[in-house]
Design a protein around this ligand. Sequence first.
Ligand code: AMP
Length: 307
Amino acid sequence: MSLLTVGTVAFDAIETPFGKTDKIIGGAATYASLAASYFTKNLGLVSVVGDDFPDESIKMLNNHGIDTEGLEIRQGEKSFFWSGRYHNDMNTRDTLATELNVLETFNPVVPEKFKACDFLMLGNLSPEIQMAAMGQIPERPKLVVLDTMNFWMDIALEDLKKAIAKVDVLTINDMEARQLSGEYSLVKAAQKILDMGLKYLIIKKGEHGALLFDNKSVFFAPALPLEDVFDPTGAGDSFAGGFIGYLAKTQDISFDNMKRAIIFGSAMASFCVEKFGMERLIGLSQDEVDERVQDFIDLVQFDISLV
Ligand code: AMP
């Protein structure tokens, strides 16, 4: 197994200034694995849903090469449900509802065939469950990436800090970096968060791009200025999926390759926001992905000669 993703598979209801959806398919692991599927087809998913989750959505994941043997389907129970409303800036949102449902008693079981994974994506989920899944992998993967959000900082900070100390890369947004570190400056925040036991930290800044830090260096990737942003839900997860998917494809975890991976992650996030839910992330062609990455290269390329 090249890449194993653990995280939520969910129903979402989203409101943006452009419209409103009923319950649609969402979830951190769904977005992350779909984004990663454009880079590697050797993908496993560990999560839980209720019997309300549609079969055709599971088939859609399988069609993208995602093995769902680790997706537990609980009869008589409801899937995780999240609802959010975006502000006019489309960068900030209010959570209207988080109904844990099946997640409340979820005990992740990593199938035997997923245990020898090279890359592990611990998508947004309770840190206790993230750690329970990681604890079942006998040999440490080449790279473990953990994504989280303010919700878990509010209700499970101590567990989250323990989880952070065990992984290699953390991805959070700028507000979460400030909350976690108590520092306003993102440079100071990054230093404090890296000191929690990480090798790398990625701070996502929505339409303002993303920063990659290690103890010595920092790298910045822009977000693509898009004409239409319909729904930012899942952008962070798609970013993380594209990032780790590219690393899994290239099997190179140097800082220089992570810079490239951040561009691929940003490209997948840019697709995600163009339509509601995961509509745009389904069935992309290789040409579309390549062209989008080229747009990023063109966006930041310039010549300067300092004489
Ligand atoms: P993002 O916009 O990248 O933060 O991801 C949004 C996705 O995360 C949605 O599809 C939700 O189903 C999922 N989500 C929202 N809240 C949580 C939570 N507390 N834990 C795990 N996943 C969540």
